[in-house]
Write a protein that binds this ligand. Sequence first.
Ligand code: 1GP
Length: 276
Amino acid sequence: MGISGKNFVCFLGREIGRFAAIAIYRCIIAPMLYHQFKSSHKQLAVLIDPDQHTEESLAQLLHLAQNAHTDFFFVGGSLLLEDRFEKAITYIKEHSKIPVIIFPGNSYQVSAKADAILFLSLISGRNPEYLIGQQVIAAPLIKEANIETIPTGYLLIDGGRISTTSYITQTVPIPNDKPDIAVATALAGEMLGMKLIYLEAGSGAVNSVAAEMIKAVKKNISVPLIVGGGIRSAEKAEECCKAGADIIVVGNILEKEPDLLMEISLAVHSNNKVNE
Ligand code: 1GP
C-alpha cells in the first residue's frame, strides 16, 4: 500500500473516531439533563433573573441553593434590560455544580456555557411570534451553541394579575379554573412532540396554578410536568407536588427572602421519601 493509501486509512480512522465521539456525546452524555427531568423524584428549580441580582446576591443564592440540594437553575428573564445574561451564566457555572438551564424570555437568550435550554413554545397563546417566530430566530443560535435542547410546551395560566409574560407576548392566559382547557392544550403539546409541559402562573403571581388544574394535566400527560409562578411558601410547593407537579420553580420570593429556599426544598424533596 502506497503512502497516500496509509494516509487515507489514518484519515478514515480519525473521521470514524470523530463521528463515534459525537454520537456518544449526543446519545449518552448530552441527553442526561432530560433524563434528570424524567426522574420519578420531585425536583426543585430556582429561577434566576440576571437583572435582579448583584454579584453579591447571586453568590449568596448559589451558596444557599447548594446547601438546599437544589436540582436546577433556570436562568432567563422577560426583559433583561442589562447585559447580565452571559455574565450570570458564566458566574454560576464557575461557582456551582448545579445544572444551568436557560429559560429564555426571548430568542437572544442563548449561551454555549449553559447545560441546556428549554425550547419554549407558548402553546396557550395564539400569537405566532411566540409559537414559532422567536424559535426560528433562536434555532441557528442554539445549534451553534451546541447545547441540549428540550422542547417544552409552555402554558400561561391566569395568576390573578396581568403578568409580564402575558403583556410582552400579548397573549391571554388560560383561566385558572378551567382545567379542561389546560388538559387539551397540554395534550396537544405532547402530541406535537414536546418533552416537557410547563404550567406558568407568571412571576410574582397572586395565585399559583390551582391544584385541580395540576392534577388534571398530570393525569393526562406522560411527559414531566413543571409548575411555577407565585409559589412563595413550603406549603404551596408541597401542595403543587402532591397535585402532580414533577418540578417546582421558585424565583421571585427568593430575591426578597433567600432563606426560604431551604424550607421549600425540604417540602419538595420530602415527597420523594414518601414515594420511595
Ligand atoms: C417560573 O415565573 C416563574 O415559572 C417564577 O415565578 O417568580 O413567582 O416564583 P415566581
